[in-house]
Design a protein around this ligand. Structure first.
Ligand SMILES: [Ca+2]
Length: 427
């Protein structure tokens, strides 16, 4: 009898552990937490992301490990810090990790169906999206994968190049350039509209699937170019009403040279009008992204699987919108190094968590929540106790590297210090 009761208890807990949660991982590109209304933005309204935040745990101190696409994505998917693998560029981490499993591959190895829609590992934006290629993808991570080609800066509409265009004669250009296009047509013209539609289709398809799924949906907005259907720009026009961060005379006087971001109002030659339009264009891209998140969440609801699906929303890193006259990513300041992060686990109470977390924590945390074997080699920490107790802590500082700035950043919880180690050379 004792043995039977042990057996029943064991299988009961095993049954709980192997709850077969599905995982829906939604990741935006270059999205700063400051642009979301659930993080306090009063101008840019993001009702769909806010709804998810209200259903889950919203993290206020979540940090990426690399402040641009390639290293950040290679890090959280592989489970290692960028400098641990040396995956510091726009490359797949596979050569460095050998046969070790990536996050979704670990799920595949334990009975999950893993799929990718659009950008999970690095893809060049806009170039890679225009061509519709795989980018720095890792085939072993997926059972199925879909790329979502889009016109990007070539989308028909009213476009303007804001960067290095003082006389207004520069045409709308491609590349990593501040361009705003108020585009003709609907959501489906663009990559993210197509990605949402593909995710909706897959969620319908998975309704009848026996296996649990790990579905990664990667959106490319609000990465430059700021391209979205016209209607998303309306709340931010005229652009002259956009409010820029306060200009502080002598703001850079106490910032070491390595801390001056590579994109500034000065070197981008953006006057006040263009700076305000950059903010409005970015917000319109965020509003468009938010609408696509809503479509995916509606489809999850309709599929009947919301009650056993863990949903994560985040970004690969943040973005400057004129703070200290800095723009774009790479900087190690909060606007760029911090990310929005929401984790919604069915049955758990909504909360706001101020504990320090890293994107690297997602792999071990989700593995634990889904009852998969623990891997001591992973460099992230299991933050799942925070989902029951938001005051739980796993670290006192978060670590982030900006490879091209040859510096390390370590943000301490109870301090304002930003520790930079100069002349760091990755192996
Ligand atoms: Ca990015």
């Amino acid at each position: 009898m004792k043995r039977l009761s042990f057996f029943l208890t064991f299988t009961f807990f095993q049954g709980l552990a192997a709850k077969d949660y599905n995982v829906l991982f939604i990741i935006s590109d270059d999205l700063t937490y400051t642009a979301l209304s659930c993080y306090g933005n009063k101008v840019c309204n993001t009702p769909n992301i806010d709804k998810l935040a209200a259903e889950g745990v919203r993290f206020t101190q979540a940090f990426c490990q690399g402040t641009y696409c390639g290293p950040s994505r290679a890090s959280f998917m592989s489970g290692y810090y960028p400098h641990a693998t040396g995956a510091l560029g726009y490359k797949s981490p596979r050569p460095q990790i050998g046969d070790r499993s990536t996050w979704s591959q670990h799920f595949r190895n334990h009975g999950y169906h893993a799929a990718r829609v659009s950008k999970i590992y690095h893809m060049g934006v806009p170039g890679g999206i225009e061509s519709g290629g795989d980018g720095a993808d890792d085939p072993l991570s997926w059972d199925e994968k879909y790329n979502c080609k889009g016109p990007e800066w070539r989308a028909p509409g009213d476009g303007e190049t804001l960067q290095k265009n003082p006389d207004g004669k520069r045409p709308v250009v491609g590349g990593n350039t501040f361009v705003v296009v108020e585009a003709d047509g609907d959501d489906l013209v663009h990559s993210d509209g197509k990605a949402a539609a593909k995710a909706v289709e897959l969620l319908e398809k998975y309704q009848g699937m026996k296996k649990p799924f790990w579905l990664g949906v990667g959106f490319v907005r609000p990465h430059v170019p700021f391209v979205a259907p016209r209607k998303y720009y309306n709340p931010f026009k005229p652009y002259s009403k956009m409010v820029l961060p306060k200009k502080v005379p002598g703001n850079w006087d106490d910032i070491p040279q390595a801390g001056i971001n590579y994109c500034t109002s000065e070197n981008m030659q953006m006057d006040i009008r263009k700076q305000k339009k950059a903010v409005g264009g970015y917000y319109a891209s965020v509003a468009y992204l938010d609408a696509q998140v809503g479509k995916v969440m509606d489809a999850l609801e309709k599929s009947g699987k919301r009650d056993n699906t863990i949903v994560i929303f985040t970004s690969d890193h943040g973005f400057h919108l004129g703070e200290h006259d800095f723009w774009a990513k790479v900087s190690l300041r909060d606007e760029s190094a911090k990310v929005p992060l929401i984790i919604s686990v069915p049955g758990k109470k909504p909360a706001v968590c101020d504990s320090f977390v890293e994107l690297l924590d997602l792999y071990p945390t989700l593995s634990n929540l889904c009852g998969l074997p623990k891997q001591d080699r992973l460099q992230g920490k299991d933050i799942s106790p925070m989902l029951d107790d938001p005051s739980y802590e796993v670290r006192q500082e978060a670590f982030c590297v900006a490879p091209m700035r040859t510096g390390f950043y370590s943000k301490k919880k109870n301090g304002r210090s930003c520790n930079m180690v100069k002349n760091y050379q990755p192996n």
